[in-house]
Every structure is written in C-alpha cells, then in structure tokens.
Ligand binder design. Structure first.
Ligand SMILES: [Zn+2]
Length: 223
C-alpha cells in the first residue's frame, strides 16, 4: 500500500496495477476479485477501516468484498442502482438474452445482501464527494476531492490498455459496458473536473491527468 495523495492510499492487487483498490482515510474503495481479498486485508492490516464502498457491482471490484466484510465487520455501500446486483452477487444484471444468461453465470461472486446506498453529493472519507457516473454499470459512482484534484473513477476510464497492460487512458470495452454512450457522458463530466491525480480501477495512478483525460474525452465518438 502506497500513499499517493494526502491520506489516500493505492492498493495494487495484481501485477502492473491491473486491478486496484484504494483506502481514502478509513474508507476502503473496492476489493478486487474474490481471490484477491487476502491481499486487500494484508495491506490494510494495522489501519482503521470504518467503511467499505464500491465504485460498481462487477466481479473484479466486488468479488473480494464478502471476505473483507467478514474479516473487518464494517458497513458496505455502493450506488443505489447497483444494489440489486450486489445483493445477488451478479455482475451483468443489465445484459439480456443468451449473452446475459451465460455472462451472469460466469461472473457471479459471493452475494453482499447487506449493501446499502451511497447518495450522490454526500461526503465520504477525507473530503471526497460521491459522484453519480453511470454507464459502465447503472449505479457506478466515482469519488472526487476538489481541494487537490484527486479522482477515484472506477471503470469510467481505464488507466491501462487491458490487452497490453500499457499505461494510458481508454474507455472501458463496450462488451463489458452495458451503456457505452452513458459512460461516455460520464467521461466528459469527469474530464470537466480536470483531475490532477486519476485513480482508476485498472492501471497505475496517473498524475497530471487533466490534459490526457481532456484529450481522450475529445476523441470519443459524438453521442
Ligand atoms: Zn473493472
């Protein structure tokens, strides 16, 4: 675990920071795949964790949450529209038809029936505000601290090429994003914040992110 901004810690859960969690003061953001829970717990050992929150209800973020909650006994919260998926332990509740059925079966994780709702605009941890950033999931949220421009954006933006693992900003693949146009709107909204430090679900922390994020948002297809 490494401090990347005042009272903000990066937990790299797999090589090249291809899966990340973060500790914002005493708030743990995301917990990786289910087999990564031990890595989360060992990295936060000795620190106070008062709450666990999720950027969104996908298995590579919420998969580790069951073991983390059982060990730490703290409340769990996430965006309201992702609660049905978390309660069921499902990733692709939005996908329909055969793809949805197969995808649902392959992407389950231990259910989190205790998950409660975060409210957009509320403050969590050391000065972060909850932002509603839907598209990659219906209830996807991000966490923004204006005073030093720190943005925890989940999978609204990937900070690496998921195939090559090369660092850089990319929209998440459409195949795993139920509403890509809505996600693009969320990317544009986040770019307007001009974050100085971008902390994504996948890829290393990016400093001076405002220019690359603005450029990337400008290259997106029009909606
Ligand atoms: Zn992800």
């Amino acid at each position: 675990m490494r401090e990347v901004a005042d009272d903000v810690y990066h937990l790299s859960l797999s090589p090249r920071s291809s899966v990340n969690a973060y500790l914002l003061g005493d708030v743990l953001v995301d917990a990786g795949m289910s087999f990564m829970a031990g890595k989360v717990l060992s990295q936060v050992r000795g620190r106070v964790v008062a709450q666990h929150v999720l950027t969104h209800a996908h298995l590579d973020h919420a998969g580790g949450s069951r073991k983390v909650l059982d060990a730490l006994r703290v409340p769990l919260r996430a965006g309201a529209l992702d609660l049905p998926a978390l309660h069921a332990g499902e990733t692709w509740t939005e996908l329909r038809g055969i793809v949805g059925r197969v995808g649902r079966r392959l992407s389950t994780y231990p259910p989190l029936p205790e998950a409660a709702a975060l409210t957009p605009g509320e403050e969590i941890g050391p000065g972060f505000v909850v932002l509603d950033t839907p598209g990659h999931s219906a209830g996807h949220v991000s966490f923004w601290r204006e005073r030093d421009g720190v943005l925890v954006c989940g999978d609204v933006v990937n900070a690496m090429n998921l195939k090559t693992t090369r660092p850089g900003l990319h929209a998440p693949p459409d195949a795993v994003t139920p509403d890509p146009a809505r996600n693009r709107a969320s990317i544009r909204r986040l770019a307007e914040l001009e974050p100085r430090l971008l902390l994504a679900g996948h890829g290393p922390p990016m400093v001076n992110a405002q220019v690359p994020l603005t450029m990337m948002a400008g290259r997106l297809p029009e909606d």
